[in-house]
Design a protein around this ligand. Structure first.
Ligand SMILES: [Zn+2]
Length: 622
């Protein structure tokens, strides 16, 4: 497909890259650049820079390498081809692209046709809604639900009239008439693929949606990709109908209202997720314009991906029924291992937001529920606490605890950051009277291994003269690595103490490089730049680095002042050194002809020291 080169240049020239990226990702100025969480990998630290002072503006991620201009950004972010990205940006800047002669069937972009068909249908449904007779029943429903005129307009509500062929007649006439070059690519099959039309048994085109109030579902960029359709006659089941999935619509990756809520979510750093179209509309009308809805599904990892680079926290709002509780439970899983803070708010009285906001005190109650939403992990723990209390007898409680530990393991407990992990174990220990070590021991084997592996396999010193410290491939025992990361996180969090801290040898290359990076910056009297550090660390370890830096972030809010935390971290390393020393001595004294004895001793050592060190320490800097 050929495009006028000048179109590309005009679009790039007219697009403010910082504004464009800022509509998708929260950006913060840093020097002459802007930094934000990279939307193209699982970023935990702002690793994407938007650079505008070096000729053509570009974005670049120091972590995954994603880079390019505004068109590249839209192509990657919205997963569209070049022509579609160009069109979206042209629309955004109000530029008219040079019309093309024709598009042959072969290079025709399926997405373009679907988007055009949906857009045309949306316009038509709106016309039907305004129509004196065709729109009557839909207008009555809108009035009954109390949707204000402004919200009707911004959400572009429409009507699919009762009858078989209202839309199909309009579409047929449109396709038969000469269309503008912009719409030349649309075919009737696009309307079929979009679920808007289908062929009757008699071979005629009939409407896919009949006698329903139509909610256009728009992409983040505001393109209509599907419809949600609500019954008007209670006889017409189901109550809500969605467009089928297509090349432009994936239910599990779409949030209703995101196009309108995006800016507010970025500004407030908070997204609120509700369940229904009318809930979103009622919330926006009441000034809660950071509200979106899933489309009848639980929250998915793809939803999380859409939100995590805009918000720091997400509040999932449910009415109090059991379904909401279950949905909340599932949603916890999605966010369990991520850095997005997920809270659960349960509305009182079993009311959904739409009903609640019709009550005089509705706004205040909704506001209070959002503000008082509790951490999803806390939600899960509180629910366990209830089960634990209700369980009777020793075996009943044992079963309840085991079931909960299995659930934690399934949710990804091993992937959770070490600090949160130990906090959870400590809470459970306090409630149940079972020690954290025993709790961890009762977890499925894979988790306990991953969380607290034995400390008995201390590595030899690294081989001399390797090109990169990461090439050495040393197997650093997890407990040792945790202790080293703890120490480095303290240094990063309290740089004023870093220079005076004793220079303990660190085995983990990541810990080493991070400490060197910090000390070098401090010695040069400049602020350490995270992207420099990421550049020194190979990509497979970026996740570890993210975690280390996140731990550093949390340090100031942890118990103990800087010197106390530093002393505790150094103590931990000392203790591990001593354990490793004892390990070596015992191994040396074990008879080489008795491998069983060696294994037994190792086992004893594992249970003696490793677990307690890895779990207990991080949470409570003594
Ligand atoms: Zn990236």
């Amino acid at each position: 497909m050929s495009f006028d080169r000048s179109d590309r240049d005009r679009v790039l020239e007219a697009t403010d890259l910082v504004a464009l990226v800022g509509e998708h990702v929260r950006l913060a100025p840093k020097g002459r650049e802007h930094l934000g969480l990279c939307p193209f990998h699982d970023d935990h630290r702002p690793s994407m820079a938007v650079v505008t002072h070096k000729g053509i503006p570009f974005f670049k991620c120091f972590s995954c390498g994603a880079a390019g201009n505004a068109i590249d950004f839209v192509m990657r972010y919205h997963r569209v081809e070049f022509p579609e990205a160009l069109r979206l940006l042209a629309e955004r800047s109000g530029i008219t692209l040079t019309p093309r002669r024709s598009e042959s069937g072969a290079d025709r972009d399926a997405r373009t046709g679907l988007l055009k068909a949906n857009e045309f249908a949306s316009r038509t449904f709106r016309r039907f809604l305004a129509d004196g007779s065709l729109g009557t029943s839909s207008r009555e429903m809108i009035a009954r639900r109390g949707v204000p005129a402004a919200a009707q307009e911004s959400f572009a509500l429409g009507a699919a009239p009762a009858g078989w062929d209202h839309l199909s007649k309009v579409v047929s006439a449109w396709l038969a008439r000469g269309r503008g070059a912009e719409d030349a690519a649309v075919r009737i099959e696009d309307f079929v693929d979009a679920g808007l039309l289908r062929r009757s048994s008699r071979g005629e085109w009939i409407d896919g949606f009949r006698h329903r109030l139509m909610f256009p579902i728009r992409s983040e960029m505001g393109r209509v990709v599907a419809f949600g359709a609500r019954q008007i006659d209670p006889e017409d089941q189901p109550k809500y109908l969605n467009s089928p999935e297509s090349a432009v619509f994936k239910k599990s990756a779409t949030l209703f209202g995101l196009d309108l809520a995006k800016q507010s979510i970025i500004r407030r750093r908070l997204a609120v997720v509700v369940e229904g179209y009318l809930d979103v509309i009622a919330c926006h009308a009441a000034g809660f314009d950071h509200v979106v809805a899933t489309l009848g599904t639980a929250l998915t990892a793809e939803h999380a991906r859409l939100l995590r680079n805009k918000a720091e926290a997400v509040v999932l709002l449910f009415d109090g029924d059991e379904a909401g509780q279950r949905a909340a439970d599932r949603a916890v899983e999605v966010f369990f291992g991520g850095t997005l803070d997920v809270r659960i708010g349960v509305l009182p009285g079993g009311l959904d937001p739409d009903d609640l906001l019709k009550k005089p005190e509705g706004r205040e109650v909704l506001e209070a529920t959002v503000a008082g939403a509790i951490d999803s992990l806390e939600f899960l723990l509180q629910r366990f606490r209830g089960t634990w209390r209700d369980a009777t007898g020793l075996s009943g409680r044992q079963q309840a605890l085991e079931a909960f530990l299995r659930r934690l393991a399934d949710l990804g407990f091993a992937r959770m950051n070490p600090l949160r992990r130990s906090l959870v174990l400590e809470r459970l220990a306090a409630w149940t009277g079972v020690t954290t070590g025993a709790l961890l021991g009762a977890m499925p084997a894979a988790v306990s291994r991953q969380v607290a592996a034995p400390s008995s396999m201390t590595a030899e010193s690294p081989p001399p003269s390797v090109a990169s410290p990461f090439d050495a491939a040393i197997e650093v025992p997890p407990s040792r690595r945790v202790a080293e990361h703890t120490l480095v996180s303290v240094l990063i969090a309290f740089p004023q103490h870093a220079a005076d801290a004793p220079a303990r040898p660190l085995l983990d290359p990541l810990a080493n490089v991070a400490r060197t990076w910090l000390l070098a910056a401090l010695a040069a009297g400049r602020e350490p730049v995270y992207s420099d550090l990421f550049a020194e660390v190979p990509a497979p370890r970026h996740r570890d680095l993210d975690e280390l830096l996140a731990l550093a972030d949390r340090r100031p809010s942890l118990e103990g002042d800087a010197p106390t935390q530093l002393a505790a971290a150094l103590d931990d390393l000392d203790r591990l050194d001593r354990l490793a020393e004892i390990d070596r001595e015992r191994l040396d004294s074990a008879s080489p002809s008795d491998p069983l004895e060696v294994a037994r001793r190792l086992e004893r050592l594992r249970h003696g020291g490793g677990r307690a060190t890895a779990i207990g320490r991080i949470a409570r800097p003594a």
